[in-house]
Design a protein around this ligand. Sequence first.
Ligand SMILES: Nc1ncnc2c1ncn2[C@@H]1O[C@H](COP(=O)(O)OP(=O)(O)OP(=O)(O)O)[C@@H](O)[C@H]1O
Length: 632
Amino acid sequence: MKETLSFQTEVKQLLQLMIHSLYSNKEIFLRELISNAADATDKLRFEALNNAALLEDDGDLHITVTCDTAAKTITITDNGIGMSRDEVIENLGTIAKSGTKAFFEQLSGDAKKDANLIGQFGVGFYSAFIVADEVTVETRRAGTTADTAVRWISKGDGEFSIENIELAQRGTVITLHIKEEDADLLSDWTLRRIVTTYSDHISVPILMKKAPSYDDEGNITHSDELEAVNQAQALWTRSKNDISDEQYQEFYKHISHDFNDALAWTHFRVEGKHEYTGLMYVPKNAPFDMYDREPKGGVKLYVKRVFIMDDVQKLMPMYLRFIKGIIDTNDLPLNVSREILQQSRDLDQIRAGAVKKILSMLEDIAKNRAEDYSQFWNTFGSVLKEGIGEDAANKDKIAALSRFASTHNDDAAQTVSLADYIARMKEGQDKIYYITAETYAAAKNSPHLEIYRKKGIEVLLLTDRIDEWVVGSLFEFEGKKLASVSKGELDLGSLENEVDKAEQEKAQEAAKDVVAKIKADLGDKVADVRATTRLTESPACLVVGEHDMSQNLQRMLAAAGAADQLPGAKPVLEINPEHVLVQRLASEANGVVQAELSQLLYDQALLAEGGKLEDPASFVKRMNQLLIAAHA
Ligand SMILES: Nc1ncnc2c1ncn2[C@@H]1O[C@H](COP(=O)(O)OP(=O)(O)OP(=O)(O)O)[C@@H](O)[C@H]1O
């Protein structure tokens, strides 16, 4: 029965965009189709471990690429797993990818920018339509009978037809009818060049027609015989010296489905108690589903060169979920299941080893390739930082790899390492000071920083959501404690001299009365009111107890709907007795006006640190009354 079905809307959109934006890279279609064919042989080899009958006496897995200049077709054949009718409809009619919607929203219509985005998204099979005006897929799933095969045909214009056919051979045959303008592709020589450039790393043989041979008299002999044009050896099993950067990059594209080059990679072989090889890449761009709660794992597991499975979350910790690569081990049985993997201690150790290698690679980039590291950090820093809370064993290494914004360069760019900070610490300074806030502007302009700026003490400005977790897990770095500038009483330790201390006491004493007044006015809104020398420009600020949750974290939790779980600790209002507004309050004889001023002081302090007023309308009214009174 022949049916005509429509592509999912997103596929139609993708097809149109792709044909236009990727035309200048048209050769990639072959890489994508060979990559899929290789995956199909990997899948078959794996399924055959438990069911040898699937191989149907043909265990010699390979891919064939041929062209027919007269018919204007290029054909890619594999004897891999194949697809059932339902799988064809699902795989070649829809896009089953998280982040698809977000992806389409990001497209701008600017071909160059979009090409880059489409590259990151991955177009896979659909890239055939860059060069073909009609694509035919004939496929039969391994293990099914010859009469259950299917033929799928589409011109890439919104529809495809599908019908049942007979195929003696399992696997998939994809035939592209090449567009008139791309006739240059219809040459064995050209195809051979493309395959060797892009697909040399593929671990099954890619067979193509033998190149013509010349005898001594210059006579050409054409042959219809096929020969492998690639080394057909898993790339990671080769020696590093024998692999060029281009080959590493091509392999990266094959396993990641990314169009762009990787930023860096590490290729390692471990022998001894555990035996495994790893090849791990850091991409240049973030995948669309990086912030998904259940992102796909990017590392594929092989056992003795046989692909076992991808999406093995246990192979990488969450905070390295952007890493793409493979691990090939001799330590696990070939018939390992997901359940066994879940409990495998061997895998835990392999993972720990791989994580170490990845962190060393990042250290190396940080040390020797500053620009690349800053690109890495901007893309993946907020994910890597999760590791400070997640991976106790590597916490210090990850902290050392972390970069922050700071008052040193007053720039939102996260470029300062903890080592940089420590190297710049003042004499007598024994803590690493930081502030957390929702935005960079809120952090940078926070009243809490005033005394630190005055004394020239650097403060880290932490504004990523994950930072609260970071400072909740990282108590010290290289023996220096981390201290929030908005928690607890001002304690600059030995940075304060005797004069400062005496001044502080004097200020407290002198402000006793005004403190008492404000306290009475604010009632139980605050835990306490006290005078401070922390402020130089602002009249007041809010401070939480040293061991309390920061106001920023409380707001984040409340926004996430966890308000009822908050401990409800109230902040302390600290006032600056030197400030004119506080002095005005101190000398105000009218009790009503004075109470208004106290309220205003509190509201301002709350606003200044990014808080939300409970009653904004009353604040505005109060403010206006005072402005009018000031002008009267
Ligand atoms: N030669 C093939 N043999 C068997 N299945 C295939 C073949 N080509 C494609 N498929 C199936 O179709 C699916 C979709 O392929 P497609 O290339 O569009 O996406 P992908 O390979 O999953 O990922 P990406 O879009 O990132 O390349 C594949 O996941 C696979 O299940």
